[in-house]
Design a protein around this ligand. Structure first.
Ligand code: FAD
Length: 305
């Protein structure tokens, strides 16, 4: 069971930061509480009693998003359901809807924030690979001499290991800023112990743009999660594909490269097999999102014969 002495619901960032800087040791921040509640209820943390819980869900400065040129600033309280329903986010962040559609279920998606997913820093957190492909930067606020000060850092550097981040004492994450990728096809692949309501064993995010002829990879971005302590961006495979003619042979060759990067200690052979298939499927699905025909199973088989 999860209990606490004091439950606070600040409505302004300054108020939340003051409460957080004064909270006794062992206190916790919560946003959607979809990580914290199961942690306590399932007994992973035993019966959990916290001195203070600070619920960020009503903090005005953390709500909504803003498009700033070719970047989108997502407030820390943006939840996964918004990536499925908001037409601007669907248009500008083309791999987030396919990530969100396999994320938990309808109820959890209404509560679960992208930022909570990043701060939780699970090696298999679904939001991490898409945010890497979107060049995500996290914004962190703290009090300095009573004033709000912020710093930003790439999400790739913010996550340092399983459950570990660069979040400092007294800091609250206020936003994630990502590239706006209009005109790209996006996709997300995920596999776990079962198809739905499952935490990924391996996941893969892709963004693909073709040249005006539709025959050349103008740009490709790829990232993997669940293969080691942190999600990784596959820059070398992106470089191999960018500017090249789009053939399925090339994609099949590229998909073989990342298998040696599987650094997980469990189910290594399985993860290696999955990773290759995911790269291929992620690129194909991103192209299908741009209007390309989906290859038949026979065409796929022929490449691997
Ligand atoms: C049934 C179920 C299914 C799930 N399915 C998936 C799934 O498919 N894929 C997946 O990746 N995850 C899944 N999860 C895990 C969870 O939903 C996600 O990690 C979610 O994104 C966490 O967001 P939250 O807002 O609920 O975070 P919380 O539980 O509120 O917080 C998570 C952590 O982040 C910290 N935090 C939150 N907001 C801030 C902030 N603004 N600043 C600083 N620290 C902050 C909290 O202190 C806590 O340590 C599932 C959970 C459940 C219960």
């Amino acid at each position: 069971m999860l209990t606490c002495d004091t439950y606070l619901m600040p409505t302004r960032l300054g108020e939340a930061l003051h409460a957080w800087s004064e909270a006794p040791a062992g206190s916790r921040l919560v946003a959607g509480a979809t990580d914290i509640l199961p942690y306590a209820r399932e007994g992973r943390g035993g019966d959990v009693h916290l001195p203070t819980m600070i619920d960020l869900s009503r903090v005005a400065e953390l709500q909504g998003y803003e498009v700033r040129g070719n970047r989108v600033r997502l407030g820390a309280n943006v939840v996964y359901q918004q990536f499925l329903e908001d037409p601007t986010l669907v248009r500008l962040l083309p791999n987030m809807p396919s990530c969100a559609v396999w994320f938990a279920d309808d109820q959890i998606r209404q509560q679960a924030t992208l930022v909570g997913n990043l701060v939780n820093a699970s090696p298999a957190g679904d939001g991490l690979p898409p945010v890497l492909t979107l060049n995500g930067e996290i914004e962190l606020a703290r009090l300095e001499s009573g004033q709000i000060a912020t710093r930003t850092m790439p999400v790739a550097d913010f996550i340092t290991g399983p459950g570990r981040t660069e979040l400092r004492d007294g800091e609250i994450a206020t936003a994630v800023t990502v590239d706006a990728m209009e005109g790209y096809g996006g996709s997300f692949q995920k596999v776990g112990m079962r198809r739905s309501l499952v935490i990924s064993a391996v996941c893969c995010a892709a963004l693909v743009k073709t040249d005006p002829s539709g025959r050349i990879f103008e740009d490709v971005r790829l990232a993997l999660g669940g293969i080691g302590p942190r999600p990784i961006r596959l820059y070398d495979i992106e470089d191999m594909l960018r500017g090249q003619e789009m053939t399925r042979e090339l994609v099949a060759r590229a998909s073989l490269l990342p298998a040696d990067r599987v650094a997980s200690r469990s189910r290594v052979a399985y993860r290696r097999a999955v990773v290759s298939g995911f790269i291929e499927a992620a690129i194909e699905d991103a192209l299908v999102a741009l209007g390309a025909p989906k290859p038949t199973p026979e065409q796929r088989e022929a490449l691997h014969a």
